[in-house]
Design a protein around this ligand. Structure first.
Ligand SMILES: Nc1ncnc2c1ncn2[C@@H]1O[C@H](COP(=O)(O)OP(=O)(O)OP(=O)(O)O)[C@@H](O)[C@H]1O
Length: 755
């Protein structure tokens, strides 16, 4: 039935028209106000210049604040003007007869005259009913308690360019057409928001209580990244009176990924939230003293099975462990003890501070400060005390000599008297001078007994301390661990595995280099984090407000990352208040592609593996083909890509196992010639500008494309654990089409699927 025949069509069109024109009116007014605030700022600025001091300054600040707020409102209204809302709920609170239709969108809009909501923000408490409520009795939480109501209608709209194209009523039995429509669309080079189709299990993650930490194990394509961003938007909206956006941070694996997600938060009306990588966060806070060993090169070294690889893997795992943190704590205790002086600090015979008092400063009063900040504190206290003591001492000396001079004046013999007076005056002068001179060096000399090393010096000292590690590993392992780590430091290099220790040491010894305001942390792709990385973050942020999202099946760095979520719960959140949620439903890809990917991942050793369940969306079977010549394989990829582009597939990727393989693919494409723009991606790139991207398997996690070619020229995916995971990650990237093109003889893992 055409929607135009629906009995509510006319009414819905009128409501939309009214909303759009009211929105345009508010937008127009806001622009007018923006201009007025701009003028006021200019005016206030000139008043500051004309020396009308504080009044002008206050006016300037107030106007800047209003100007920024208005700009924010304008941006939000502009974003929603073509699609002001996406659904409606008709709700009747238990204590009234009135059924109120509420239109839910990505911004909120009120009529101040009638106090009627024109658009209700998707993050507001009542909007929860849209995501979770069934027609009939519902309840939702507000700041004042639980509200009970009757839900009469849930209606979804398709609106484009301010025009109503379609609407449908939904309840539990209706298939969610809007979701199907949204999933059937094409992948952009940027992640998008999903406010209109957030699913119930996802909504629970987004709206989970802020103060409790949360771990989410989510299958590939279950929406973890998307949810992470929506959760931040929700928290900022809900707790905006207590927290500002600078107190939120999202950690993602690399720059390419950050560019991929960059637009979502602004689209959701959220700005100023820090989006960074763990490495950048660490380097910003310890300085860029050391160069990073490329973790991806290491990854492929680990495919070999020699004794060195066993030891390297051991080192990686150990450096991410809680045990390593505990040994560092022991080392820090030793450093503290070494700092404690054995002698008192005295100016002459006068005591400035006893050794015991310094011990108390160190081990009690200023215990919460980093060790070197405690040293600074002691220095400051001594300097302050010295000032007072010196003044007193100088006065006592002066008084003492004045008295003796007075007595000398009574001597009968003028010659003796003169000699005595001169001697006393000289003595006084000399003593005063020596007190002055001693005061200049006293604190400096006393403080010199505190050992001083820089961060790297301490790290080297720690690593060289056999006694710390003796009982925890075999002698062979300890020797390798120490030699390997110290050798790297000697070349001014570190591994990613060292960053937790360095961040932690910096925090405990010196304090971080920047003031970290972040209290609320969202970590995406968290399966690649070690326990120690998480513990270090918890320590430096001084907060447990963590949302940790990851998928163990995609743990390609499992030699250094999370082994099991239970281990994280136990080590990082031992007080048992951390929530654990599972997202099994996968939204990205078709049933056919997901089924094939699931047949791959069952060959992994992932603990407690939970297979992804695809939403019911069918597509073509993944295409497998073997080739005798590399040239023919890539000619086929190019021909298929052109055909796919013709079918409206915007983003197409060729995934090679390693960077070498990708470079070879690129070389062949250049030789073959194509009118498509082709781009080879590494972790720092941005892929928005190319028709076809070539990307290594270990970089591709988190991203998605309309169609994906998994190509094996020289590098095959074997049945090894790492390869299983790399292939699984690659296979779960496409939305619609998957092609697996291999050279003959390069199909070990895929052959297993046939068996
Ligand atoms: N509720 C939803 N409505 C519409 N689209 C959704 C929904 N949930 C997820 N998606 C889509 O599914 C795709 C996968 O989402 P996302 O990348 O956030 O998943 P992920 O769990 O982080 O995946 P992976 O671990 O495989 O990288 C995206 O295109 C996202 O827009």
């Amino acid at each position: 039935m055409s929607i135009k025949l629906h009995r509510d069509y006319g009414q819905e069109c009128t409501r939309l028209d009214e909303t759009v024109s009211y929105l345009e009116y508010v937008l127009h007014e806001s622009m007018h106000n923006e201009q007025a605030f701009r003028e006021n700022i200019k005016e206030a600025y000139s008043r500051i210049n004309s020396l009308d001091g504080s009044e002008g300054y206050i006016a300037l600040l107030t106007n800047v604040k209003f100007f920024e707020m208005t700009q924010g409102n304008i941006r939000q209204l502009q974003q929603v003007r073509s699609r002001p809302y996406f659904c409606r709920i008709d709700i009747q609170p238990d204590d009234t007869e009135r059924v109120q239709p509420l239109y839910i969108g990505k911004a909120s809009l009120f009529r101040p005259d009638t106090q009627e909501p024109v658009i209700v923000d998707w993050r507001s408490p009542v909007a929860n009913v849209y995501y979770e409520g069934r027609i009939g009795k519902v309840s939702y939480e507000t700041t004042t308690g639980t509200e009970n109501a009757n839900l009469h209608l849930k209606r979804q709209y398709t609106i484009e360019g301010g025009e109503l194209l379609d609407f449908r009523d939904i309840d539990i039995t209706t298939r969610d057409e809007l979701l199907q429509e949204s999933l059937g669309g094409s992948a952009d080079s940027r992640l998008k928001d999903i406010v209109s189709t957030i699913q119930e299990e996802q909504n629970r993650v987004i709206r989970a209580e802020m103060y409790r930490p949360m771990i989410v194990q989510g299958a590939a394509g279950s929406g973890k990244t998307t949810i992470a961003l929506h959760r931040i938007a929700y928290l900022i909206y809900t707790y905006g009176d207590r927290f500002n956006p600078e107190q939120f941070m999202i950690l993602a694996p690399h720059q390419l990924f950050l560019k991929y997600i960059a637009d979502v938060l602004p689209e959701l009306g959220v700005e100023a939230v820090r989006q960074t990588t763990y490495l950048d966060f660490v380097q910003e806070n310890i300085g860029k003293k050391l160069k990073l060993v490329d973790p991806n090169q290491r990854l492929f070294r680990f495919l070999q099975r020699d004794e060195e690889v066993r030891l390297l893997k051991f080192v990686s795992r150990y450096k991410g462990s809680q045990s390593y943190k505990e040994q560092i704590d022991r080392y820090l205790d030793e450093v503290t003890v070494r700092m404690l002086p054995q002698t008192d600090c005295k100016l002459g015979k006068r005591l400035l501070c006893t050794a015991d008092e310094v011990r108390k400063f160190f081990c009690e009063d200023y215990l919460r400060l980093p060790i070197y900040k405690r040293v600074e504190k002691v220095g400051k206290i001594l300097r302050e005390r010295l000032k007072v003591k010196k003044k007193q001492l100088l006065k006592d000396i002066a008084d003492h000599y004045d008295e003796r001079l007075e007595q000398a004046l009574f001597l009968q013999d003028p010659v003796k008297r003169k000699a005595k007076v001169i001697k006393l005056m000289d003595d006084r002068e000399a003593l005063l001078k020596s007190v002055e001179a001693r005061s200049k060096t006293l604190v400096k000399e006393y403080m010199a007994q505190f050992p001083k090393l820089d961060l790297i010096g301490h790290y080297k000292e720690l690593l060289a301390d056999d006694a710390l590690f003796d009982s925890l590993m075999s002698e062979e392992e300890r020797r390798f661990f120490q030699a390997h780590s110290l050798q790297l430091l000697g070349k001014k290099r570190m591994e990613l595995e060292d960053t937790a220790a360095l961040l932690y040491l910096q925090h405990k010894l010196f304090g971080l280099l920047t003031e970290v305001k972040v209290r609320n942390l969202v970590i995406d792709e968290a399966q690649d984090y070690s326990i120690f990385q998480l513990l270090a973050l918890k320590e430096v942020l001084g907060s447990e407000m963590f949302t940790i999202l990851g998928d163990l099946s995609q743990g390609i760095h499992s030699y250094r990352g999370v082994e099991s979520w239970e281990a994280v719960l136990e080590a990082v959140f031992p007080n048992g208040n951390c929530q654990f949620l599972l997202l099994e439903q996968s939204y990205r890809t078709t049933v056919e592609i997901m089924n094939l990917a699931n047949r791959v991942i069952v060959h992994s050793q992932t603990p407690g593996l939970v297979l992804a369940k695809p939403v019911v969306r069918h597509g073509e079977e993944p295409k497998r083909e073997l080739f005798g010549e590399q040239r023919a394989l890539l000619a086929q990829v190019l021909a298929d890509t052109e055909a796919l582009k013709g079918q409206g597939m915007h983003s197409v990727a060729v995934i090679g196992k390693t960077m070498d393989e990708c470079e070879q693919i690129q070389m062949w494409m250049e030789q073959l010639g194509t009118k498509l723009s082709v781009k080879l991606l590494d972790e720092k790139e941005d892929y928005s500008a190319a028709d076809l991207v070539i990307v290594p398997s270990y970089v591709v996690k988190g991203l998605e494309f309309d169609a994906v070619f998994i190509v094996s020229l020289e590098e095959e995916y074997t049945a090894d654990e790492l390869d299983v995971k790399l292939l699984y990650v690659a296979m779960t990237r496409p939305l619609h089409r998957l092609f697996v093109y291999s050279m003959e003889g390069k199909t070990e893992l895929l052959d297993l699927l046939e068996a």
